[in-house]
Design a protein around this ligand. Structure first.
Ligand code: ADP
Ligand code: ZN
Length: 755
């Protein structure tokens, strides 16, 4: 009797484990690890990925096993290396393997549809690309000019003979009757029609010229040598290594990435470069193209599903060897991966905060480690976790101590104590007199300034002058923000709620309501009034999404803006050489967040913002307004003293037993029904406590700082241990506990946000 075969299959459904199926004999050859298969699932048929094939079904009773229906691809859809990584990621985060697969394979359900042949034959399976296909007219090489060609057909023939090929849609724009003419040429055998997937990538729109590399500075040489040596060892001996490249903003870290990527490609390896927000970093993409050409897959949220699929396939096939993208690019199917770069590794956007809550930086290290590749994390303000990894010798530190341009020095930072100074002529507390004077000077000198305020909208709240309460969102435990430009409405920044400003207080009915505090919109308005000759612009999510923000930045670069007011968006790595002044309007907002990382985040933010000043030839000035000028996160940022801050903060974390001196798992419980949420939170904390080995602490349960969101009451507790493995058993117990109706439970391994 022939041996039986069974496949473990990851299916994209939100359940914990993989499922076992029987493999029909006709499919033995093609059902291998990594292949996509169609399998019955309940009443549906879903597409899954084979994790393993065995001759033994394990502990599942044979008679319960259903057979696989069909195999979709001729080759495994995921390279083995990527598949192993995904399985490990699923284990690390205790995330459903099917969901993890979905992260890496956006095409699993949406891009390809498998259909049975009319006769139902299994091997008649076809995968249909649902992509838009573009008809391209191609000149048949060597074809002679047919006789008696006239009019459009003759013009088209000549055009295609020179151009070799052109999309039909383009031809019809020039020749109204192009379709008929092309058809004629096809009939004559001199032109053929091929279908090509349509790709439109805004980043690859224009041609870029190659730019020669600058002569590296001695610290760059040292860093590049170290990384290139490691790359050689990775390629030759399968040895993995990890580096932390610590260099102040403008010190030339990107130059190090470029040289490392160049070398990696020379050695035949593939490269992934992760950046915080790809839409805000087209400059980085341009620099890569200037040096390495167009063989780059840029993965960003602006891509259509089809384009994404095309990029994915080109990477998978090895046609493209370098992928640049935001956090999800850590799943790029780059062939023979030998280098992963994570730029601005401290950045919070590498953490996915919904679904599978993975951290792309941590997973970059894991993937590099498993695939015997080199990982380079770069930052001006390294995360404490990475610093700890260096101290524990799990990573090697490389340093670029100075700015690359000899003339560009770090800006002078002045602290303004908001407790001691009053407002300037605008009357706004956040536009203090010293801030006003500084802006006046910049405007008079014809220079450029950036003002940072992490609050969009006109005013953060609408306050009742009689009872002192603010107008709140009916769905969330937050105050509504007053917006003027978005139709004079109050908006909730957490849910979709908005309303016209109420005529009376929702608490006491009094009619005098005042707009409290200032957001970017209000500052922009005030500045326009106070500095009538200056061109003021704003950059925040209300003005600009994705690529549009690049337009505002382009105007800034073209010097069409004198003062740019903005949120976080203005702090990211833009190279704006003409900016001489940066003002931080309120450093305390970030400091007061109820989160043990508040100081670290504030420090990163201040150093990043300060790094925007004086990147060109004019020295820059930075002014930070705060009520806590003596707080180390503020005082040390003002002195650009990253290592002193790291020492201070590591000591504080050690004392409080927070990461990197412990590992955390946060369990979140929410429900529309507050009682259900509370009681299940209590139950789960109990379950976790009973399953936990000695040394695990359960902190909570307690209401989340944002206690109600979208009408759901939120509770959480934190499990803490010195060692990650100790948290596994209590987490499994939590994951396996039955969840009552109307309650949602999720867990966050290595949580970043404590809200
Ligand atoms: P970072 O990534 O650390 O912020 P960049 O790589 O963007 O720094 O470098 C900052 C500026 O210095 C860029 O304009 C870059 O072209 C320039 N630069 C980098 N390395 C050198 C070098 N070795 N010689 C001259 N200019 C350099
Ligand atoms: Zn809301």
């Amino acid at each position: 009797m022939a041996t039986e075969r069974f496949a473990r299959v990851a299916v994209p459904v939100p359940l914990g484990q993989a499922f076992t199926y029987a493999v029909p004999e006709a499919l033995y050859e093609r059902v291998v690890r990594g292949s996509r298969v169609l399998c019955p699932f309940g009443r549906r048929q879903v597409m899954g990925v084979v994790l393993s094939v065995a001759e033994d079904p394990g502990d599942v009773p044979r008679e319960k096993l259903k057979p696989l229906r069909a195999v979709v691809d001729d080759q495994p859809v995921l390279p083995d290396e990527l598949l192993s990584f995904l399985v490990e990621l699923a284990r690390y985060y205790l995330a459903p393997i099917g969901e993890v697969m979905r992260l890496a394979l956006p095409s699993i359900e949406r891009q390809a549809r498998a259909r049975l042949d009319q006769d139902g034959a299994l091997d008649g399976m076809k995968v249909q690309s649902v992509g838009r296909l573009v008809q391209v007219a191609k000149f048949v090489e060597g074809a002679a000019e047919p006789e008696k060609l006239r009019g459009a057909a003759l013009e088209l023939f000549e055009h295609l003979r020179d151009a070799k090929q052109a999309p039909v849609s383009e031809l019809t724009q020039r020749w109204g009757n192009a379709r008929a003419a092309v058809k004629k040429l096809v009939g004559l055998g001199v032109v053929e029609i091929v279908k090509e997937p349509k790709t439109r990538d805004p980043f690859l729109g224009d041609e870029v010229e190659r730019v020669p590399a600058p002569t590296p500075t001695p610290p760059q040489v040292e860093a590049v040598d170290a990384v290139c040596g490691a790359l050689a060892a990775a390629v030759a001996a399968g040895q993995s290594s990890a580096f932390l490249l610590h260099g102040v903003t403008g010190s030339g870290k990107t130059e190090v990435y470029l040289r490392a990527a160049e070398r990696c490609l020379e050695l035949g390896g593939g490269v992934i470069v992760l950046v915080p927000e790809i839409a805000l970093t087209p400059q980085l993409v341009t620099r890569f193209r200037q040096r390495l050409g167009d063989g780059i897959a840029v993965l960003h949220s602006g891509l259509s599903e089809v384009d994404r699929h095309v990029m994915w396939k080109r990477l998978r096939s090895g046609e493209l060897k370098l992928a640049v993208g935001a956090r999800s690019a850590v799943f790029a199917p780059v062939a023979n991966l030998k280098l992963i770069v994570v730029d601005e590794e401290h950045d919070g956007s590498f953490k996915q905060e919904e679904g599978v809550r993975y951290h792309a930086r941590d997973m970059a290290r894991l993937r590099a480690h498993r695939s015997r590749a080199v990982c380079v994390l770069g930052s001006a303000t390294p995360s404490l976790g990475s610093v700890a990894a260096v101290r524990e010798k799990r990573m090697q530190r490389l340093t670029l101590p100075d700015r690359a341009h000899a003339t560009a020095t770090l800006p002078k930072v002045e602290l303004v104590d908001l407790r001691r100074v009053g407002p300037g002529p605008s009357g706004h507390r956040l536009l203090s007199l010293p801030m006003h004077r500084a802006l006046e000077r910049v405007v008079e000198a014809g220079e450029q300034a950036i003002l940072f305020l992490n609050r969009r909208g006109f005013a953060p709240s609408l306050l009742c002058e009689s009872c002192g309460k603010v107008t709140e969102c009916p769905n969330c435990s937050v105050s509504l923000t007053v917006h003027r430009s978005r139709g004079q409405r109050l908006h909730c920044h957490y849910c979709d709620f908005s309303m016209l400003p109420p005529s009376k207080c929702q608490h006491c009915g009094a009619t005098k309501l005042s707009e409290e505090g200032a957001g970017t919109e209000r500052i922009e308005t005030s500045l326009s009034e106070t500095f009538p000759t200056a061109r003021v612009a704003r950059l925040d999510r209300d003005v600009a999404a994705g690529l549009k923000s690049e337009k505002v930045l382009a105007r800034m670069r073209a010097r069409e803006i004198d003062i740019l007011v903005g949120t976080q968006m203005v702090t990211k790595g833009h190279d704006l050489p003409e900016v001489t002044f940066v003002g931080v309007l309120n450093a305390d907002a970030a400091l007061s967040m109820p989160d043990f990382r508040a100081a670290e985040r504030t420090f990163h933010l201040l150093v990043q913002v300060a790094g925007r000043a004086g990147r060109g030839d004019t020295p820059g000035t930075v002014m930070i307004q705060t009520r806590q000028p003596e707080h180390p996160a503020v005082a040390l940022a003002a002195q650009h003293d990253v290592s002193a801050f790291i020492d201070y903060e590591l000591e504080a974390r050690n004392e409080l037993r927070y990461p990197p001196f412990s590992r955390l798992v946060m369990v979140r419980i929410d429900s529309m029904d507050e009682n259900r949420a509370v009681s299940h939170a209590d139950r789960l904390a109990d379950v976790a406590g009973k399953a936990a080995p000695a040394g695990v602490e359960i902190l909570g349960p307690a209401p989340a700082p944002l206690s109600r969101l979208r009408n759901r009451f939120r509770f959480r507790f934190v499990m803490r241990a010195a060692d990650r493995n100790a948290l596994r058993r209590p987490l499994l117990a939590v994951a396996r506990a039955p969840v009552p109706a109307q309650v949602r439970v999720s867990w966050d391994v290595d949580p970043e946000s404590m809200l």
